[in-house]
Design a protein around this ligand. Sequence first.
Ligand SMILES: [Zn+2]
Length: 96
Amino acid sequence: MKKEFWIKVLNKASLAVRRRASAYLDSVRKVSSNEWVVESGEGVCYSVRLRGNDVVCTCPYYALEKGYCKHICAVAVQELALIEVYPWLKKLKERL
Ligand SMILES: [Zn+2]
């Protein structure tokens, strides 16, 4: 997915949810090109998946249609890091 898509996702999520997502950044595991598993403490894992032009999660918050959850936000932040930060880090390394 493109950078713009993930930015749109983060913009749509509430500030409280985005703040909570920061605790899950280390728990995101990409399992395929369109699926991630986010470990949510106590051994509970939720699956975040691209579906059509959207992204969905298997957690109860998302199921209640409250909108994008912290797991989706955590995935969005990680994907943005892959798109934005990694190329930058690579460039930096090349210069060292
Ligand atoms: Zn979720």
